[in-house]
Design a protein around this ligand. Structure first.
Ligand SMILES: [Zn+2]
Length: 241
């Protein structure tokens, strides 16, 4: 589907780690008719996946439990065990990606085409390996602060994190300014941060502002990025500037 044939603006969300708070987050997205991408670690679950964030202990779902939760959204890779890919040799990187891809395919019944870098860590060597493996897009944690179509989807920079102080100004600009060419608003984060920061109301506000807009396409990362030129599938070959 080419959303740019019908829309000039698209919004997408990207949330990582398959944590217990994703249930609440997906509930909010669904209520507002918005779509997200969930980047999951197939080797981590209830028994071995807990971690500490601030004063909070954060738990993960077992992989199979996530299937009904993410229905209607995109499931993408986040590697098997959440290592820094930049610390690994080539064969370990291939294992972390291929095995995660296969597990998602088996459990969710869809072949993932994208990923989010664990810890946001990547370099040219990692990108080259992902390209060899046929990964279509890879989301970084770098702040773009713009809505432009990007030329390198294996170094994809979201517009900003959900806690970015500029977020509401960006949303206003995204919604109010006339777009002469297609624009993407891409928000990322971790749902456990809303518990730790006690700011679930912020996510509600974000979704309320972006919902029910006739002029905004709502899609997963894959759906929204697929219109970044005609090169989807050979992502790093470049797109419209
Ligand atoms: Zn992560």
């Amino acid at each position: 589907m080419n959303w740019t044939e019908l829309y000039q603006k698209a919004v997408t969300f990207s949330y990582d780690d398959g944590v217990l708070q994703d249930l609440r987050l997906v509930g909010i997205l669904n209520r507002y008719g918005l779509k997200g991408t969930f980047n999951v670690n197939s080797g981590l679950g209830r028994k071995n996946g807990s971690f500490t964030y601030g004063n909070d202990s954060v738990g993960r779902y077992d992989f199979a439990e996530l299937v009904p939760i993410y229905a209607g959204h995109e499931v993408a890779m986040h590697t098997v065990s959440h290592p820094r890919l930049t610390d690994l040799g080539r064969s370990d990187i291939i294992f972390e990606i291929e095995r995660d891809r296969r597990a998602i395919e088996t459990v969710f019944g869809t072949r993932p085409i994208g990923l989010a870098y664990p810890f946001g860590a990547y370099d040219d060597r990692v990108v080259a390996i992902l390209k060899d493996l046929g990964v279509t897009y890879a989301r970084t944690v770098e702040t773009e602060h713009s809505f432009r179509f990007q030329t390198d989807l294996l170094r994809y920079r979201p517009t900003c994190h959900h806690n970015d102080p500029a977020l509401f100004d960006l949303i206003r600009a995204f919604l109010d300014e006339p777009a002469s060419e297609p624009r993407i608003l891409s928000i990322w984060g971790h749902s456990y941060e809303f518990d730790a920061d006690r700011n679930w109301d912020r996510f509600e506000t974000i979704c309320r502002l972006l919902a029910d807009r006739d002029d905004v396409f709502t899609g997963s990362n894959a759906e929204v990025l697929s219109d970044c030129g005609n090169q989807f599938g050979t992502a790093s070959k470049g797109m419209k500037p």
